[in-house]
Design a protein around this ligand. Sequence first.
Ligand code: BES
Ligand code: MN
Ligand code: ZN
Length: 495
Amino acid sequence: MQVKVLGLSRWKGSEQTLVVFMAEGAPAPMGWKGGEASLKRLMVAVRHEGFTGKVAQVALVHPEDEDPARRVLLAGVGPLQGLGDEAYRRGAAVACKAAAAAHLKGVTILFPEKGDAGKVRRCAQAIVEGAILGSYRFTAHKTTSDGTPGPLEHAVLLHPEDAGAKEINAGAALGEAAANAAVLARDLVNEPPSHLTPQKLAERASKLGGRVRAKVFDLKTLERMGMGGVAGVGRGSVNPPVFIYLKYQGSKPKTRIALVGKGVTFDSGGLSLKPAESMETMKCDMAGAATVMAVMKAADALKLPIQIDGYIPAVENMPSGSAIKPGDVLKLASGKTVEVLNTDAEGRLIIADALAHAVKEKPDHVIDIATLTGGAVTALGTGVTAIMGTDQALVTALIAAGEAAGEPMWQLPLVKDYEEMLKSRVADLRNTATRKEASTIMGGLFLKDAVGGASWAHLDIAGTAWSDREGAYTQAGATGCPVRALLGYLVKVAG
Ligand code: BES
Ligand code: MN
Ligand code: ZN
């Protein structure tokens, strides 16, 4: 979707569709530009339709005298008190969906806020994100249309005060980069697993462009690098594993961040095979990898003055005659040996390898993103990411970035006493605990062993990367979470 910012004085489009936001129970839409008579008729018309201004409620009206536009699309943002960015994100998304359903190709969105520069910037960002994300569809593999009209192709963000133009433009640019990155992550995650093998993922990573450089290590090389976890998990598939290293270097970077993303392009569970139903969505098991790729592309688009090192172990977890077996022992890049008791706890094996390599370069902070445990879905559902870490300041900063992006995170404790449960009788570690408890924490504890004393945070996105339900600005399927949260964190770090 194309998004443009335009000053009201330059707008000549009364024949178009104008999206205006309205708070719950307000006497008029925000920033209303039409006449009094038109407003009165509009308010009566929408009240008749039951429109009250609740978040994500919409109403399409055709003002009699086309004042201020041929069509006015009201978008609810909820109560004025406590009105935040998320309401605008949802409102804009639902308005764009409604416009598309009415067979429109574009809308003009009247900017609602004024005053405080930060507020104006964040609001513009949220609206642009909502418009782009709400207009996302994954149609790459459809050969026939199901009759539903296609998504919007363009949106114009109309700003009334010239004073806020700079802030609105800056916010819109951020929103565009963030939402486009989330769209890239969604596309990668939605792609069928046999279309996106480890090798194909590496090809996509190599084509990110800009200042993002990629190096791809094949099986032989990654074995030489000591990555027994990646090699071991990959052994069961005809599609060999690869290790992808990405580097983005902004100008004069003061901070170096390492991002590690789980790239299991399909997780069958291996010989500890998943039941059919649990396997249906397991193409999403490379969402961490997609997040790393998308965030790095956006960092480049925004020319952030930081360095990002991306580490993606990419592998297919399959059962076969050559697959690792429960009871097998692998040697990780950290030097530790692991007894693999459940081949379905494969993520920690490959992430541990990647983390060991990431910390060797001594970055300021290391963040791994992984669809690691079903326990994260059980505990927090599809709306909240589980976060753990060794550096409370880093965890707190990520939680704040999640909050701002509408991608909330909740911290779980890395309970020291539980480490005992990861000790093996045959090797240094075992990949699943002796008891089926606290699996998300156990996953975090396993990874912690590979990071040493580094400043590290672990995001378990098993619940949030994928949803089987449509949301205000998501479709069923890949969500693109937590791309925008991470990007927001990096923008803050870059200063
Ligand atoms: N990829 C799964 C986790 C997952 C579950 C992601 C649901 C998305 C949605 C992971 O590899 C896995 O299978 N984890 C096991 C670990 C267990 C065997 C310790 C789990 O959580 O059941
Ligand atoms: Mn698994
Ligand atoms: Zn997995």
